[in-house]
Design a protein around this ligand. Structure first.
Ligand code: ADP
Ligand code: MG
Ligand code: ZN
Length: 614
């Protein structure tokens, strides 16, 4: 296949032959004599003479300091004996004169030279060869089918060539910027001359960053499908070995293979597993640091013009070692962000090719209802819809399947047989209508799309879905405050109607606090602080948890400010509900009866003239 591999194989073979030789010599020097010895019984000289006289001795070998003789028993069985050699000049005479024809000229041990040869040389050799073949087979299986025997700790990068990933850029919807950047790389691999002529160097490496499920791995596979060059794919975790140095060896091997195959693409998925910042304080993970160092060296070591392009993907770019990100290594960063409205619709359409749908499905409305969903979630929604259609005995997916599966992905399956008491149902209905009413009565909040009090497997006992008319990229202060008011609306309704409060608002409280805190600490939207960053976001793509960057006095003030924002929002919600108490009762009873109502039904009741009190 190639020189490097053959060399490695030859080295393995030579090592094996030498080992086999040594083993066979040892076998001949110790094992065979020991076996032979076991066949020979020690006895005394007088026994020997008696046997000679009795005529049972068949063969005698006189050695330097012992005598070996074979006795044939009456029943025909043979036994070898050994005895001390005693100065006995009559012995030869005695043997000669024995009635039986005793053979005392030859050697007893080497009676059959061919058999001996087979036993001591051919058999062990055959055994060794069989062992070698079996070992090869096991190893080549472990090494990913490359027949790379005797090369422990080598990379198991899978080689993809065109069509094997089965993905192309057409499979990736949205992500236009990322695709554009990657298309340039593909073009470079197709005709490097064009770039060489003008003297341009292409980036050696590109780092795909973005939240989970936004299609980073998919994009890399699509590059492989488009590029028509060998594609090495390995996941960062595959470099992490139990033994120090193994990971580094794998990196070395991977790049060696890649260099031989250039032009080609190397893709390292989840690179943060090996690329974490090295910090002086912890000298904990030697193995990982060695692997990273090896990676850094290798990335410097190869010629960019040769056409090895390294792609990597991560959702924790901030944790990567800065040395990885400097020019000449992963100098290009390709963001794969959560899709916008158009992107979501495109992703839904791409995945809908796989399923059979009714012709009038409105993907736009589904896309609008799924703000913030990743590509993977959207793919899941399509699949859930298809499953639901099958469950309901239909052979085409319709709009309601899709709508229901949006909720399944957001909130889990319906818990159809959850038993909830009437009293609790009432509280839940008022709570949800509280949210919806507060939302509807404020100018800066999104219209209500759906309200339901059917419990879900996620633990939600009901929810109010709001869907923006159009995609929003900015959040104004007014919208943020309106959102917090809406979130407090559920609890407000409980307080107003039942004069109590329940644990059902815990999720609302969490969300409201998070938003209010962000307003104060990161968006500069509070009256108390100016544009100061009081918190920093740690990993923006994974949940976005934050850490405080201020004194503890300021932290106390932040808490106060957050509390006052939420309190005033809560008061506002209370006010709205108090002013519309009639509608609150009417809508809550309607919801109790229907369990799920649409935004239109909700608005129809809301807009209807208030019935005069009887
Ligand atoms: P990650 O960014 O976490 O590597 P993946 O590339 O593994 O995400 O995406 C998971 C799945 O989500 C893909 O297999 C694909 O079905 C779907 N997906 C994600 N983004 C897109 C997209 N832009 N277009 C089409 N499908 C997508
Ligand atoms: Mg991935
Ligand atoms: Zn609520």
């Amino acid at each position: 296949m190639n020189e490097g591999k053959n060399n490695k194989n030859n080295r393995g073979l030579i090592a094996f032959v030498l080992t086999a030789l040594v083993l066979i010599l040892l076998y001949n020097a110790f094992i065979i004599p020991a076996v032979k010895k076991a066949k020979i019984k020690d006895t005394n000289y007088s026994f020997f003479l008696k046997q000679v006289d009795a005529g049972t001795v068949e063969k005698v070998q006189i050695k330097e300091d012992s005598i070996l003789f074979k006795v044939k028993g009456a029943d025909g069985s043979e036994q070898l004996y050994s005895t001390i050699k005693i100065e006995d000049p009559d012995l030869v005479d005695r043997l000669y004169k024995s009635e039986k024809d005793i053979d005392f000229t030859g050697s007893i041990e080497e009676e059959n030279p061919i058999a001996t040869f087979i036993i001591s040389w051919v058999l062990p050799l055959v055994f060794m060869i069989v062992l070698w073949l079996v070992l090869m087979k096991i190893l080549s299986k472990r090494m990913g089918g490359l027949g790379n025997a005797m090369s422990f700790g080598k990379s198991n990068a899978k080689i993809y060539v065109k069509a094997q990933t089965g993905k192309t850029f057409a499979d990736v919807a949205g992500q236009d910027e990322a695709k554009e950047a990657l298309e340039e790389i593909v073009d470079f691999l197709h005709n490097p001359q064009k770039y060489a002529d003008i003297g341009a160097d292409l980036p050696k490496g590109a780092l795909l960053v973005g939240p989970p499920g936004t299609g980073k791995t998919l994009l890399a596979k699509a590059v492989a499908g488009e590029a028509n060059v060998p594609f090495f794919s390995i996941s960062g975790s595959e470099f992490v070995e139990m033994f120090v140095g193994m990971g580094a060896a794998k990196v070395r091997d991977l790049f060696q293979q890649a260099n031989q195959k250039a032009p080609c693409i190397v893709f390292i998925d989840e690179i943060d597993t090996i690329g974490k910042k090295r910090d002086g304080q912890f000298s904990g993970n030697d193995e990982r640091e060695q692997t990273l160092n090896q990676l850094l060296t290798e990335m410097d070591g190869f010629d960019g013009k040769k056409g090895v392009v390294i792609l990597a993907a991560t959702n924790r770019p901030e944790s990567l070692d800065p040395a990885l990100l400097r020019p000449g290594r992963f100098d290009r960063r390709i963001p794969a962000e959560l899709p916008d409205l158009a992107g979501r619709e495109a992703i839904l359409r791409v995945h809908s090719h796989k399923i059979r749908t009714e012709p009038d499905v409105d993907y736009n409305s589904i896309a609008r209802a799924t703000a913030g969903a990743s590509g993977a979630e959207l793919a899941n929604i399509i699949n859930e819809a298809a499953l639901r259609a099958v469950r309901n005995g239909r052979n085409l997916v319709n709009q309601s399947d899709l709508e229901e599966s949006v909720e399944v992905v957001i909130a889990g399956y319906q818990r159809k047989n959850a038993v909830i008491s009437q009293q609790e149902k009432e509280i839940i209905a008022y709570h949800e209508i509280g949210h919806a009413l507060v939302a509807a009565m404020q100018e800066d909040s999104a219209p209500v799309h759906k309200i339901t009090i059917i419990p879900r497997t996620s633990g939600a006992l009901g929810y109010t879905m709001q869907v923006d008319e159009e995609e929003k990229f900015l959040l104004t202060r007014e919208e943020a405050l309106a959102k917090i008011s809406t979130l407090t609306g559920g609890r407000s309704a409980e307080e107003l109607v039942f004069n109590t409060c329940t644990s059902g608002a815990s999720n609302d409280i969490e969300k409201a606090t998070k938003l209010a805190r962000a307003m104060v600490t990161r968006y500069g939207m509070s009256s108390k602080f100016d544009m100061i960053a009081l918190e920093t976001v740690n990993n923006q793509y994974l949940g976005g948890d934050t850490s405080l960057a201020c004194s503890s006095e300021t932290a106390a003030q932040i808490d106060e400010e957050v509390n006052s924002i939420i309190r005033s929002a809560h008061n506002k919600a209370m006010q709205i509900l108090t002013d519309n108490i009639g509608k609150l009762h009417e809508l809550a009873h309607f919801l109790l009866e229907k369990e799920t109502i649409t935004g239109e039904e909700f608005m129809a009741i809301l807009k209807k003239e208030q019935q005069p009190a009887v």
